[in-house]
Design a protein around this ligand. Structure first.
Ligand SMILES: [Zn+2]
Length: 186
């Protein structure tokens, strides 16, 4: 799904691991949530269906919060109607726009995706894009030269591996998977 912030920024929620999204758990549900988790861990007699029911009831206790990366507004889902969003504008212009990133900060293990198309789609500006999904900033990620694109991909990949901030990576060239990597730790 996607929506527009009041500032005009398009906010998308189509993948996992979003740096501008959080799951908010009401304090009134906090204890029940942990009771559910404990039950999942401790009760080995539970069947698959019972486990699924507990997982569902735990996950539905939370609601989503977003922060607009452009203007810093905090956006909270309505408790009764989750299609309704409430927008809160920061009091200060210097508020951090990364309030919802992982508590691991720059050490958070992210993802690296890259995509090259010989035939550039109309809606894209370049043939190749490298998308490092982590809390470090990488520049030089848009390409029209395939060799430079692939070289830069492996450069960023090696850098993320050496810093221990990557859980999986994938490069696609003309829809074909050229490089796939997944950390052993997951
Ligand atoms: Zn905004």
């Amino acid at each position: 799904m996607h929506f527009y912030c009041i500032c005009g920024k398009r906010i998308t929620d189509q993948t996992d691991f979003l740096s501008y999204k959080a799951h908010v758990l009401p304090d009134q549900d906090y204890e029940d949530f942990w009771n559910g988790i404990d039950q999942l861990v401790d009760d080995e007699t539970m069947n698959h269906r019972e486990k699924e029911n507990i997982r569902f009831s735990c996950s539905s206790m939370g609601r989503y919060m977003y922060q607009c990366p452009e203007c810093g507004r905090v956006i909270l889902e309505d408790i009764e109607d989750n299609s309704k969003l409430h927008f809160f504008k920061p009091e200060s212009a210097v508020v951090s726009k990364k309030l919802l990133v992982s508590e691991k900060g720059k050490q958070w293990k992210g993802l690296l995706h890259a995509e090259w198309n010989d035939e550039k789609p109309d809606w894209r500006e370049h043939k190749g894009y490298i998308m490092p999904g982590c809390n470090l900033e990488y520049d030089n990620t848009e390409f029209d030269d395939k060799e430079s694109f692939m070289e830069r991909y492996y450069e960023i990949f090696e850098d993320m591996v050496s810093k221990g901030i990557i859980r999986s990576a994938m490069m696609r060239v003309n829809n074909e998977r050229i490089h796939i990597w997944r950390s052993d730790e997951n």
